[in-house]
Design a protein around this ligand. Structure first.
Ligand SMILES: NC(=O)c1ccc[n+]([C@@H]2O[C@H](COP(=O)([O-])OP(=O)(O)OC[C@H]3O[C@@H](n4cnc5c(N)ncnc54)[C@H](OP(=O)(O)O)[C@@H]3O)[C@@H](O)[C@H]2O)c1
Length: 214
């Protein structure tokens, strides 16, 4: 797949690198320095390039939105027309100092995003794990028991694309249902962040659901 990265920071930089290593064609975009985007592309060890958000969006089969909530409008404006595109968003609707959600309970960041780009197909994914764990998960891909990763969205084909990317990073994709389930996923992420950054054992944390019975 051709994957455009909108926001090449902790999440976008690592996810793009891993997608390239998994064989996808990646374009990194949206950082404060072009040098950084070029470095990410060079070090990805796969098919990866640096570009503008508009270039990343143009031929993308999937676009990964990985910017702070306050930058969403700006990066979307720079990306241009995203009609019909699959947008995999890990962006959480956090306030400026990242201490709380600014949208919750009756809506979610993912739903607000879908309202902004009504002709795109938004899937919420990857936001429930800390960036610090992504490389470890990728490196443990061959283990029998993979960590889970929840995702949700309203468009089945877009969800299939997201599930492929989730699997390629090394997680077991767990379809949590329609996009409104992001109302539960986004607060869950704050729990994961609490355990990762305030708990014992460090931020290299993932989770796994287990089913019992039949
Ligand atoms: N970090 C995590 O572990 C984590 C986990 C789950 C969800 N999330 C969510 O994922 C999203 C991305 O988080 P992140 O930690 O990856 O953020 P980040 O490291 O700050 O990355 C954001 C990217 O946006 C770029 N950017 C910011 N302002 C810009 C501007 N004015 N012009 C151009 N580029 C600009 C940054 O550029 P520079 O590279 O130059 O800084 C960076 O590449 C957030 O919504 C966050 O809540 C993060």
């Amino acid at each position: 797949m051709r994957v455009g990265i909108l926001g090449s920071g902790l999440m976008g930089g690592k996810l793009g690198t891993l997608f390239a290593r998994a064989g996808h064609d990646v374009m990194f975009s949206y950082a404060r320095s072009e040098q950084k985007l070029k470095r990410l592309a060079r070090e990805a060890q796969g098919k990866a390039r640096a570009g503008t958000p508009a270039e990343a969006a143009r031929d993308a089969d999937a676009l990964v939105l990985a910017v702070h909530w306050s930058r969403v409008d700006d990066v979307l404006k720079q990306a241009g027309d995203v009609s019909g595109k699959v947008i995999v968003s890990c962006s959480l609707p956090m306030n400026a100092d990242d201490t709380d959600l600014v949208i919750a309970h009756t809506s979610s960041g993912a739903e607000e995003l879908a309202r902004k780009i009504q002709r795109a197909h938004v899937v919420s994914a990857f936001g429930t794990v800390p960036s610090e764990v992504l490389f470890d998960v990728f490196e443990s891909k061959r283990k029998a028991k993979r960590p889970s990763l929840v995702y949700c969205g309203d468009h089945q084909d877009a969800k299939t694309v997201a599930a492929t990317l989730i699997r390629d990073v090394g997680f077991d994709p767990v379809d949590a249902g329609p996009l409104r389930i992001a109302r539960y996923m986004e607060p869950f992420t704050l729990l994961i962040a609490q355990l990762a950054y305030e708990g014992k054992g460090g931020p290299e944390l993932a989770y796994r659901f287990e089913r019992f019975g039949k």
